[in-house]
Structure formats: structure tokens, C-alpha cells
Write a protein that binds this ligand. Structure first.
Ligand SMILES: Nc1ncnc2c1ncn2[C@@H]1O[C@H](COP(=O)(O)OP(=O)(O)OP(=O)(O)O)[C@@H](O)[C@H]1O
Length: 262
């Protein structure tokens, strides 16, 4: 890693992942029925042996540096650790070993905007924007644009209806529209571009390009090679929690394609 930090590299690092390990721990009951909340409570009261703990070592020593203005695509087969890595960069999962440093507060699209199902979309836009730190005046100025961008009103006035009446694609689009309304130091997008129709996908890809142009760093997890190709000039290929390749998108995708075709 030191090589990237020296040698006259004047790019500004926004995310430094240094030998990061992430481990999930799942409590597993040894015998049926012992995993219930009541059984756990009984164990707590009586001090009996806890259920067996299973560990999933999802990220196994990952290191890279991402820079201002970069869009980095994360690719890899199912369960390779892409979402886990994003959640760790967002600070939502602790690292077991190693460290992750990030400029500002990285925002994981869809999580940063914790939307409420019983409130109308337009109310959620206001709450989501305030939660991201916008002023009430900024929120007022941006609300219409956000709703237009999301496209939720394309088939009627859905923005005044509770979000529970939305399809899952509509909800995802609104979340994307809210999160993308703000300039983020580090924006983490997990498959968001795959939701929505082709028209929305084009709009959101353009927005990712705009966010990049405004000098943030974007991470995109997607199974769509086209999305990665269109949006990111750099790709990191994860497999079983390890980096298999990191470099120019075309080169990494070529290696990845050869691997999945095997
Ligand atoms: N909450 C969890 N508890 C326990 N194990 C988990 C949890 N979430 C993910 N895992 C495990 O961690 C590993 C990495 O999962 P992750 O979701 O990060 O992969 P991914 O590359 O994003 O997969 P996909 O392409 O299918 O979305 C997998 O083995 C998965 O089973």
C-alpha cells in the first residue's frame, strides 16, 4: 500500500482499506428448540452453556485505496463478499482485523435513507434529505427534482400516497433519488442501478457520472457487467472474500468472464 501513497501520486485518497477482515457470527442451537428467544433467556438466567457459535469469514484481508473522482465497480460471484465490503466501508459492520479509513461519512445508498412505509413518498423525501444534513431551504428547493428523478409519479400522483403502496422498484428508485440528491464524499451503491426500468437505469447512471464529476468517490456493486462498464473505469473483483483482480474495468471484467465461463 505504501507504494500508492508515495512516488509523487497526487491523487487524494478517499477510502483506504488496509488488510480488512470481516467475520459474521451466527448463533446456532445444538439441538432443535434451543435457539428460541425463550431458550436464550433461560440460558441467561440459569447460566448454562450458550448455543454453538458459527463464524463466516466473509472478508479475508482486503487492501486497496480509492481516490477522489473514481468510480469503482465491485464484481464477483454470489457470496463473494461485495455487499459485506460495502457495509464495512459504510461503517455498518466492524472489521475484525485491519482497518478501513474513509473521508467524511460514506453513504450506503438505501440505508442512509431509512424510509417509513406509512408516510407518503414526498414526506420521506423531506425526512431523508434532512437526515442527510440538508437545510430545510435546500430540501424545499430539491423535493420536486427528487420526485421527478425517481419517476414515481409517472403513473399518477404516487408521491402523496404511503410508500407501502409502492412496488419494490418504486421504493428503490425513490431511495436512490434521495441519496443521489446530495453530493457525497463517498457514495456506495449496492445493485441500485439494477432496479427500475431501462429509462431509470440510464438516468441513474448519468447521476453517478455527475456525482463523480463533482469529485466524490462512487462504489458500485452490480451483477450487470454493462452497468459496471458504463459507470466505472476501475473494477475490483472479489472472490471468497479476497481480491482476485484490481485494475482497469475492461481488463478485470475479461479475467472475471474467463473465470465464470470455466
Ligand atoms: N448477515 C449475515 N450473517 C451471516 N453471514 C452472512 C451475512 N451476510 C452475508 N453473509 C455471508 O457472507 C458471505 C459474503 O456475503 P455477501 O452478501 O457480502 O456477498 P455478495 O458478494 O454481496 O453476494 P451476492 O452477489 O449474492 O449479493 C457469504 O458467505 C454470506 O453467506
Amino acid at each position: 500500500m505504501a507504494d500508492n501513497m508515495t512516488g509523487g501520486d497526487r491523487r487524494e485518497p478517499t477510502v483506504i482499506v488496509d488488510d480488512a477482515h470481516v467475520v459474521y457470527r451466527i448463533q446456532q442451537s445444538a439441538t432443535p428448540g434451543t435457539g428460541s428467544p425463550l431458550a436464550s433467556f433461560k440460558r441467561l438466567v440459569t447460566g448454562t452453556k450458550p448455543a454453538t457459535m458459527r463464524e463466516v469469514h466473509a472478508i479475508k484481508g482486503v487492501s486497496f485505496i480509492a481516490y477522489k473522482g473514481e468510480a469503482v465497480g465491485l464484481i464477483g460471484t454470489n457470496g463473494s463478499g461485495k455487499s459485506t465490503l460495502l457495509r464495512a466501508i459504510a461503517g455498518l459492520l466492524p472489521v475484525e482485523r485491519g482497518a478501513i479509513y474513509a473521508a467524511g461519512q460514506p453513504s450506503l445508498l438505501g440505508v442512509s435513507a431509512a424510509l417509513m412505509n406509512d408516510l407518503p413518498g414526498e414526506r420521506n423525501v423531506v425526512l431523508g434529505c434532512l437526515a442527510m444534513g440538508m437545510t430545510p431551504a435546500e430540501v424545499k428547493a430539491k423535493t420536486k427534482d427528487i420526485i421527478d428523478f425517481s419517476g414515481i409519479n409517472e403513473r399518477g400522483d404516487f408521491s402523496s400516497l404511503p410508500m407501502r403502496t409502492y412496488s419494490s422498484g418504486m421504493g428503490a428508485r425513490l431511495r436512490f433519488a434521495i441519496a443521489a440528491a446530495k453530493q457525497h464524499d463517498v457514495l456506495l451503491i449496492d445493485e441500485a442501478l439494477a432496479t427500475g426500468d431501462a429509462k431509470f437505469r440510464r438516468r441513474s447512471e448519468q447521476r453517478v457520472r455527475d456525482l463523480r464529476a463533482q469529485a466524490g468517490t462512487v462504489f458500485l456493486v452490480s451483477h450487470s457487467e454493462q452497468s459496471i462498464r458504463d459507470t466505472c473505469e476501475r473494477a475490483i473483483w472479489l472472490e471468497s472474500g479476497l481480491i482476485r483482480a484490481d485494475g482497469a474495468t475492461d481488463d478485470v471484467l475479461k479475467e472475471y468472464e474467463a473465470y465464470v465461463k470455466r
